[in-house]
Design a protein around this ligand. Sequence first.
Ligand code: TRP
Length: 333
Amino acid sequence: MSQLIVSGMRPTGKLHLGHYLGVIQNWVELQHKYNSYFFVADWHALTTKYDKTEELKNDVLNVVMDWLASGIDPKISTIYVQSHIPEIAELNVYLGMVTPQNWVERDPTLKDMAKILRTKEGANSQISYGLMGYPVLMSADIMMMNADAVPVGVDQVAHIEITRDIARRFNNIYNTEFFKEPQPILNHCSLICGLDGNKMGKSFHNDIKISDTAEETAKKVMTAITDRSRMRKTDLGHPDECEVAFKYWKIFGTEEQIAKVRQECEKGERGCADCKRELGALINEKLAEIREKRLYYENHIDEVKDILAEGDKKARIRAGEVLSQVRDIVKMY
Ligand code: TRP
């Protein structure tokens, strides 16, 4: 039987190319090798945005539409919403009991999140009990499916370590070997920077969305930073110092295209504006099919909801099996 993987994403709304290249493409490949569970972590969204929930429902749907458009196949993968699986909340209680407080306090990812929260909301912002519980809840997500492995980015590896620790501790305390210690599967990704050269992110306004139109994309690509030392087209260019545009070429272009761009740029035969026009067209070509599919789902939102309902059902079956064993192991009445 094939191994089981589970991974989740917080509902941040429409996803960008960083998500697509860094996370979703990996999932699309992995789903053919593993029994795959992918979910929208809407409870995790509440850990920092419990007071900003107006868009939460839409954000969940937008994330799922981006997944489906990108090739996550609901016929082979189980796609669900975290908060539709109440079993996770119950498992979270049991895991919370066996997790020493200093394990969560030490979590480096949580420390970063707390820091960001403080800079955004001011020094007085409180870190809630729910946010402190982030790593335990994430462990519950993973252990709910008793997963073998979890595809994640490097930034999440510390969380998987805590999950392994919690699984081991649970097994020790209750003298069982029930829970697996899940392995991280590191996303191999072409890290794409934002149009301004910084990390691509929604809040930095430097991203290209999967769901952007071809026109929007072309316009955005024209703002990409290039080789700052270059004033005129005839100035000899330095592709390796081109801060964004050439990096995008290396992600989206073929070997030949990349070589051609390099040569023409170095010889001063390729202006940055022309170069970015061509680049925008190339990116649009690569995304055309995905965007077409996304439009289809936008116009068939009931189909998306049906897919989620089906996924919720499948996920709850697995979760129910695991939970009944856990209740037995803990000796609940
Ligand atoms: N913490 C993850 C992130 O911010 C999202 C997440 C929640 C997750 N639960 C998970 C990822 C379980 C993998 C497995 O990206």
